[in-house]
Structure formats: structure tokens, C-alpha cells
Write a protein that binds this ligand. Structure first.
Ligand code: MN
Ligand code: MN
Length: 468
């Protein structure tokens, strides 16, 4: 029989330790300061267009320039390309021959929300409303009876663009979607949760004063009059608009110990912020060209010319090859086949209240560091992008050498559900890709929860991957 202490030593040597990261965080001030910057970023930008604008500011103030400003590129050059104000690619040219491949990190800036319909405005019983169509996977009941703000653009037929952002400043009004009082909700409460609120009933309440004239639709008229005076638009201009309804709540520190962050759209803006700051904070020129992707449309399948499925990203990399003066037939494909990528998207953290959807040995926990998913998918790994063991080992090596706390998990119990990210799209190009992001509670709700420890480990982890 071994002594108890010897057994403990043996256990320490053989077991994979799963530990609360806060117990090992020597740099709590660094973590909290970094989180402050993240919270500020989140309170400046809630939609993909706003994220791109804010990311461009961060890039520019760190010496990045638009790719068209360069006629040729050399190691150390910092470039970016913005695709239709909704997605963005950045690169720091590395010292090695680019043919050896890129180190890519990719996150997405779009989050679940409510979009206005093309003909949104109507009046009913002397209330004015906007009709909405939800975007991405939401639980509809979560979007009623909370403060909402309106963000987006209206493009007039002459191409002039009006930017809307109302409901975020203290002086601004907010908007809301009403719900039924419990006293009269007998029928509603008998419904299945997913049918409790009908998609067609997600109508935003926007006004109630009639225009001073005895005409039908006087409240609608009054709203249009206000919008016309404020933005110079008429009803037809909504046809060419993209207006998003998002929670008006601020991103805040959470808990007495302020260890966590609550905020809308952390899926996947938390990975946008960490990958972007990791890129711009790199002090030395990396060996491999470091590429940062901020994608759009991930929440609805990555389709369209701003989604990851489009060829615009390939075009950006081809431009790098052109401006490095090395391009030749099939080089792009070769570069991709030699490239490595972290698909930086959030992971479902284990929520003890709903622990039955997780399998505790293979779940991500808030506070245990960056969460790696070797594969995603659903039901027998269907549709999964499954990282090769050799590549998982490389990532482990990078993280362990740099003392990055990480955990490797699956999204939920087998057959309970599943999900995916942009990983498979890049993997299909021949890139070695693994999902690697921050665990979240209440994912896709109006107010998602993350840990500041994991936020900071993601930043450090992404940085170590770029520099590697
Ligand atoms: Mn996501
Ligand atoms: Mn999502």
C-alpha cells in the first residue's frame, strides 16, 4: 500500500487537472483592467456595422492601413480590408515565406436580434408599431418586456445613408415589446414555451400621440412626421434600410466579486475583441502572417457576400499574395493547405441550474479558461468540423508552453442538441481549424454571461497562437 501522500503525488502526475483558474490568477488587476476595455468596447458597438467601425478605429490607431493604400507589402506591414461595412479581415505580414501558411483567428460580429421588416410601420388601436423578423436562434419570450434600442442604416435612393442609434444614451427614449399580464394569460401559459410568443407578435411599440388632424392612422402619421423632421425620411425609405432591434441594457460587471460580465451579444463579440486586441497588441513581427477575421451572418448560416461562405476572404488573401509579389497559379490553395486557424466562437458553459443538458466530464466551465471544442455538430457529429488530433496537440503545446488555462469540451450531452461555427468553411479550404472560444451562460439571450478570467485567457491564448 502506498502512503496517502504518495497516492496524491501519483494522482497529481496522472490525472488531467481541471481547476478553477481564479486560484492561479496572479494578475487579477490585469484581468480586471482588460475586462474594463472589453466592457467599454461592448457599450460602443452592438451591431456588426458598429463593431466593424469600432474595430477599424482600433486597427487604425495601432498602425493598420487599408490594403489599397499599399502597392506592395513586406514583413511587419499591417493591413485590413472592410467588406461592405459588415465584415473585416486584418493581417500582419510575417517574416516567413507566406507559402508556409497563415495563422488565422476568426470570430463573428453578428448576434441574434430582431430586424425590422421592409414595411415595418403600422398603427393599431392608436399605438404605432414596427413589425420585426427575428435574426438567428432566439427564445422569443426573452425579447418581450425588456428595454430595446434601435440601430442601423437607412439608405435613400440617391445612396445617401442615415445612421440610426437610439435608446443607448440615458436621455434617449427606449422601445419595448409588450407581453400579456398573468391575470389574462391563462391560454398563453398553457402553450409550449416555444409557442408562448408568436414570431408575428414581436412588434415594437414606438408611439401613441396622434397627429393633430382628424385623419385615420394619425399616430402613424405623427411618427412619420417626427422621423421626417429628424432623419429626412419618408415611409418608402424603410424599403432600403437595415434596422436592428437590440437590448438597450448596458454591458456590466456581474457579481459581488465582479468576476463576470453580463451583456448582449457576447456571442461572438467577446471573441472579436480578444482576437483583435491580441493582433494589434503584438509587439514583435510574427513568423507566420497573422490574419484576423471578423465575419458576418454566422448566426444565420454564414451565407451571402458578407458571410464566411463568400469568396471575399479568398480575395483578401490573394491580394496579400499579389502585393507581396509572390502570387502564382494555385498558390492560394497551397497557402490555405499550410494554414492553421482558431475558430474563435463562444462555447456553452455548464450552467448548474440546467446541468442536465451537459455531460460534466466534457463540459466547459466558466472560470476554467479558454474553451476548445475539438468538434461541434449534432447527433453523431453530423455536420461537424472535427480537428485532427495532430493539430489539437499543436494547440495544446502552444497553450501549455505559454501557461494558458484551457479546457476541451463538447457542446452539451449526446443527442441533446448541437451547433456549429465558421470552422467548417475554412476547414473545407484545407486549413487546420479548431473551435476555441469563451464559455457563455444564457447564450443567445438578451443578456449573456461570461467570466473575466476566460476573457483574459482567450486574449492571451490568441496572442500566443499568432506569435507562434
Ligand atoms: Mn457564435
Ligand atoms: Mn451564436
Amino acid at each position: 500500500m502506498l502512503e496517502k501522500s504518495e497516492v496524491e503525488t501519483l494522482k497529481g502526475k496522472l490525472f488531467n487537472k481541471k481547476e478553477n483558474g481564479w486560484n492561479f490568477a496572479e494578475d487579477k488587476n490585469d484581468i480586471f483592467n482588460y475586462a474594463k476595455g472589453y466592457i467599454e468596447f461592448m457599450n460602443k458597438a452592438k451591431t456588426e456595422r458598429e463593431i466593424i467601425k469600432e474595430s477599424e478605429n482600433i486597427a487604425k490607431s495601432n498602425g493598420f492601413r487599408e490594403i489599397h493604400e499599399y502597392s506592395n507589402l513586406k514583413p511587419g506591414d499591417k493591413v485590413y480590408y472592410i467588406n461592405r461595412n459588415k465584415s473585416m479581415y486584418l493581417a500582419v505580414i510575417g517574416k516567413e515565406n507566406i507559402e508556409q501558411g497563415l495563422n488565422i483567428i476568426g470570430a463573428h460580429a453578428d448576434s441574434p436580434r430582431l430586424d425590422l421588416k421592409p414595411n415595418p410601420l403600422y398603427e393599431d388601436s392608436e399605438f404605432a408599431y414596427f413589425k420585426t423578423h427575428y435574426y438567428g436562434g432566439i427564445k422569443k419570450y426573452q425579447w418581450t418586456a425588456i428595454p430595446l434600442s434601435i440601430h442601423g442604416v437607412i439608405v435613400k435612393k440617391d445612396g445617401s445613408k442615415i445612421e440610426i442609434n437610439i435608446g443607448e444614451n440615458e436621455e434617449d427614449p427606449i422601445f419595448t415589446i409588450t407581453d400579456l399580464l398573468p391575470h389574462l394569460a391563462q391560454d398563453q401559459m398553457e402553450k409550449k414555451l416555444k409557442n408562448g410568443i408568436d414570431g408575428e407578435d414581436l412588434n415594437l411599440l414606438i408611439g401613441s400621440i396622434p397627429y393633430q388632424a382628424d385623419v385615420p392612422e394619425a399616430v402613424k402619421l405623427n411618427i412619420l412626421d417626427i422621423l421626417n423632421k429628424k432623419y429626412g425620411i419618408t415611409e418608402i425609405d424603410f424599403l432600403s434600410s437595415e434596422i436592428e432591434i437590440v437590448p438597450a441594457m448596458k454591458c456590466r460587471s456581474l457579481g459581488f466579486d465582479e468576476s463576470m460580465i453580463a451583456g448582449y451579444g457576447q456571442d461572438d463579440k467577446i471573441c472579436v475583441y480578444t482576437e483583435l486586441t491580441a493582433l494589434v497588441d503584438m509587439k514583435e513581427i510574427p513568423n507566420k502572417t497573422a490574419v484576423c477575421i471578423i465575419a458576418d451572418k454566422e448566426e444565420i448560416g454564414s451565407m451571402g457576400n458578407t458571410g464566411m461562405e463568400s469568396k471575399v476572404f479568398d480575395m483578401f488573401i490573394s491580394e496579400l499574395l499579389n502585393k507581396l509579389g509572390v502570387n502564382k497559379a494555385n498558390l492560394l490553395e497551397k497557402v490555405f493547405c499550410n494554414s492553421k486557424m482558431l475558430s474563435a466562437d463562444v462555447d456553452a458553459g455548464l450552467d448548474p441550474i440546467y446541468a442536465n443538458v451537459s455531460e460534466k466530464n466534457n463540459a466547459s466551465y466558466l472560470g476554467r479558461g479558454i474553451g476548445i471544442n475539438k468538434y461541434t455538430g449534432a447527433r453523431g457529429k453530423s455536420g461537424a468540423s472535427d480537428a485532427n488530433a495532430e493539430f489539437v496537440a499543436e494547440i495544446r503545446n502552444i497553450f501549455e508552453n505559454n501557461n494558458i488555462k484551457y479546457q476541451i469540451s463538447e457542446l452539451g450531452r449526446v443527442d441533446v442538441g448541437g451547433g456549429g461555427t465558421i470552422a467548417y468553411i475554412l476547414a473545407n479550404k484545407g486549413i487546420d481549424v479548431i473551435d476555441c472560444g469563451v464559455p457563455v451562460l444564457s447564450m443567445h439571450s438578451p443578456y449573456e454571461v461570461t467570466s473575466k478570467f476566460d476573457l483574459y485567457e482567450a486574449y492571451r491564448g490568441y496572442k500566443s497562437f499568432y506569435i507562434n
